[in-house]
Design a protein around this ligand. Structure first.
Ligand code: URP
Ligand code: ZN
Ligand code: ZN
Length: 468
């Protein structure tokens, strides 16, 4: 089957040019002129871009006394509607489980549901010696990144010894270490103090997780990785202090990378203080910060201190626990510490960043692709199979209409939640056709994808990657 995408403007991290793209079965066969196919998709007046890659998601994740509300079908469908055709989810090791059991558990969640391609990071929560010995095998399964939580004391958090031992093992075996960097011990004390003082509203989530505790943990992880010789990727970085730690490490020549998430550019801690319980919608960790931090993040993206913008898509219902819904934010009605942490966004990322980032003059069209597609593929060992448009690459392609307008709303979104952080935001630029390995998933607002067609993507080791 040969599909010709005709007359569009190709945009990659490096180039912008007019050409046709010939897709043969699952791959890009040729990019050029005068080509023909069995079917033709008209891309005149549109950009032809690589499918978005979101390297930070939590689908069907048990967390905070419930489970995130999107599964591997609803989350994938929402991703595709927003122009994202690949994601890497966190397979979280339940205490006592082996890494293989963890990998199998997450594989089972995706089985028969996946509609776009996906990979896994394994999040280590428990590291007795027999688990440590499994780390080299992760590479054989195609899992070449490990995550450690320095926060969520009593559930996901690991101590520095576990973090450091994992870093050493990762360094020796070509895996990238990811950290959720916040000082969980200090946060735990602040949370208990707030509760004891009767400070129970959502805004105390932000007030008990100060930016300094993220900066401290970021710096600590960086220095531990330096001694262990491990490459480090800091997830969901939110503030100036943490950014300075990353910038300093990179200036010293250390292999340290960082992402921020799209929502951190647009919301502040004041959103958690919205009237009533409304602020619970904005409860995620690390929390939203100050306008000055937002400015610092835009600068960080511009000067390459930040290489990736992901979503940390971890949706919960605002009003859950009824009508077949899993419990959601209402679990924390009487105590902010019981609000499940996380926000939706996998569908919104590409549109919000095109509108506010590219059209808003914050970064170029090429940089948008680099941040959302190419760098994720390079850093996580999938390039050039994913993350660019080139002969031989998977035909994960989005035909992007730069002039189409859309108002983001919970009423029209495909994410399985009852709210959207960006409710009412007007975006200009959205996908008109989305292909995953040559198959059309979305065309003119209609779902044409198939449950079970998405595949697990095994990823390369760190030292075999094309660095970002
Ligand atoms: O609040 C968040 N970010 N929830 C998901 C888990 C994590 O920390 O990434
Ligand atoms: Zn996190
Ligand atoms: Zn996360």
């Amino acid at each position: 089957m040969r599909t010709l995408i005709q007359g569009g403007t190709i945009v990659t991290a490096a180039d912008i040019y007019e050409a046709d793209v010939l897709v043969e079965d699952e791959k890009i066969a040729t990019i050029g002129h005068g080509l023909s196919g069995d079917t033709t998709i008209d891309a005149k007046g549109k950009y032809v871009i690589p499918g978005g890659i979101d390297v930070h998601t939590h689908l069907d994740m048990p967390f905070g006394g419930t489970v995130s509300s999107d599964d591997f079908f609803t989350g994938h469908r929402a991703a595709a509607f927003g122009g994202t055709t690949m994601h890497i989810d966190f397979a979280i090791q339940p205490k006592g489980a082996t890494l293989r059991e963890t990998f199998d558990m997450w594989t089972a969640k995706a089985k028969g549901k996946a509609a776009v391609d996906y990979g896994f990071h394994i999040a280590i929560t428990d590291l007795p010696d027999h688990i440590m010995a499994e780390i080299p095998q992760c590479v054989e399964w195609g899992v070449t990144s490990l995550k450690l939580f320095m926060a969520y004391k009593g559930s996901l958090m690991v101590d520095d010894a576990t973090l450091f031992r994992t870093m050493e093992m990762a360094a020796a075996n070509g895996l990238l270490i990811l950290v959720h960097a916040e000082n969980g011990d200090a946060i735990d004390i602040l949370v208990h103090q707030a509760e004891a003082a009767g400070h129970l509203e959502p805004k105390y989530h932000a007030l008990t997780r100060p930016a300094a505790l993220e900066a401290e943990a970021t710096y600590r992880a960086i220095r531990l990785a330096e001694v262990a010789g491990a490459p480090l990727y800091v997830v969901h970085l939110t503030n100036i202090g943490a950014l300075e730690a990353v910038r300093g490490a990179r200036a010293r020549g250390q292999s340290v990378y960082a992402e921020t998430c799209v929502q951190y550019f647009f919301f502040t801690k004041d959103d958690l203080a919205r009237p009533g319980f409304e602020g619970a919608k904005w409860v995620c960790s690390p929390p939203f910060r100050e306008p000055s931090d937002q400015q610092a993040l835009w600068r960080g993206v511009f000067d390459d201190s930040l290489q990736v913008i992901s979503t940390d898509h971890c949706p919960f219902w605002f009003e859950g626990g009824k009508d077949g819904r899993t419990p959601g934010k209402e679990l924390g009605k009487d105590d902010f510490a019981k609000i499940p942490n996380g926000c939706p966004g996998i569908e919104d990322r590409m549109m919000v960043l095109y509108t506010q980032g590219v059209r808003g003059g914050k970064f170029s069209l090429n940089r948008w692709i680099e941040l959302c597609c190419t760098n994720p593929a390079k850093l996580f060992g999938m390039y050039p199979q994913k993350g660019t448009l080139a002969p031989g690459s998977d035909a994960d392609i989005v035909i992007w209409d730069p002039n189409a307008t859309h108002t983001i709303s919970a009423a029209t979104q495909h994410q399985r939640t009852d709210y959207n952080l960006y409710e009412g935001m007007q975006v200009t630029g959205k996908p008109s056709v989305v292909l995953s390995r040559g198959r059309i998933l979305v065309q003119d607002g209609e779902w044409k994808g198939e449950q079970g067609a998405g595949k697990f993507v095994p990823r390369k080791q760190w030292d075999k990657r094309n660095g970002a």
